[in-house]
Design a protein around this ligand. Sequence first.
Ligand code: PLP
Length: 436
Amino acid sequence: MKEIFPTPPPLVHNQFEAVRDLFAKNVVPSYGRFDLALSHGAGSYVFDVAGKRYFDLGSGIAVCCLGHAHPAITDALVEQSKKLIHVSNLYFTEPQGRLAAEIVKRIGAGKCFFANSGAEANEGLYKLARKFGHDEGRFEILTATNSFHGRTLAGIAATGQDKVKKGFEPAVPGFRHIPFNDLDAARNAISPATVAILIEGVQGEGGVTPATPEYLVGLRQLCDEKKLLLLMDGVQCGHYRTGKFQSFQRILEAANPQSAIRIPNSEFLPDALSMAKSLGGGFPIGAFWVRAPFADLLGPGTHATTFGGTPLACAVALKIFEVIERERLDENARKLGDWLKRELERLVENYPTVLKNARGLGFMLGLEFVEKEKIPALAASDKPVSIQMTNRLQQAGVLVIPAGTQVIRLLPSLNLKPHEAGEGIAKIEEIIKSLA
Ligand code: PLP
């Protein structure tokens, strides 16, 4: 009998080289990838195509908030896909409405728009800001140096890092960068064209740097005074990663009562906030929330995306909220995250010839290394310390995420267990000890 579908060429299983060849021939090489082809996962562990197990402390760069292959996500996908995967936003669906209500409940009075990624959620923020300032001819958005807001054309214009912009000039106009955590610089940068300030609550790609409470509150006051929108990018630092739903909630909670804070935590809100990554736990979904007075600025016909807020994506996101709440994973991120940070601080103290600094909040932690030249075992390589350390940890069976040249990030799933955290620290210490 004649074959309807030709048999695919045999794929040599368990061989990294075979997968890499497929990529070399067929996939645009825009990513710098590690020599690792992953095949499946369970909880905080993933396995490569040769069957080697890795402890995943990166969770897909802060995406897989319930770990890998979580049965609740699988069930939500299966059950919802039996009913409806997609309908157009020409119609209403209950899961999208319910998910918006869950997000509003956790931030404050406002409304949500659904997209598919972090960069796209941020695009919504830029359009919101432009619409807000349009009639006065204001359009400029101030963003922070070392920030990261995504890889679309406007995303790289918003991102305060030259490396993402190079080769793609001319930049989308209307973005200028200001030093992070510097209120005076923000005030001095405001021009008659400025309409908004956009910051991450904790800079992720820039090396895990939290905003100070004084900066957040100061920006809020500055934006009120100058009629600017205060926009926050919660794509990486949101969704309970810091121990609270959004990072500003954790940062302000931690504020020292003796400090210059004049706005109580409960009264601080940004005007709009983007999210993605952990919102879908690995299933693509992005969103932005916008505060009540501005929630109807983007009226019918002003903004849209085919796949925004599909019943399938929203069903998964709703299930994730349910699991996080039921299992108190916010508290886990806070308590175990605080423990991890203390352990990283201990390593910094014990290995000063290798480590410079540990920082972060909850399950968003960064470990900064001293300059490469000062670590004999790493000095000869032309690769940055962050990449060399990530490689060494991979060989030892631990996945971490580099940030810039000096920092490795730990962004574990929210359901990380204490013994797993201990295992991770022990392996990290082993590698650092070998370099000291
Ligand atoms: N904003 C921040 C803070 C991010 O960390 C990222 C991705 O790393 C993005 C935006 C872009 O998100 P996406 O890659 O989903 O477009």
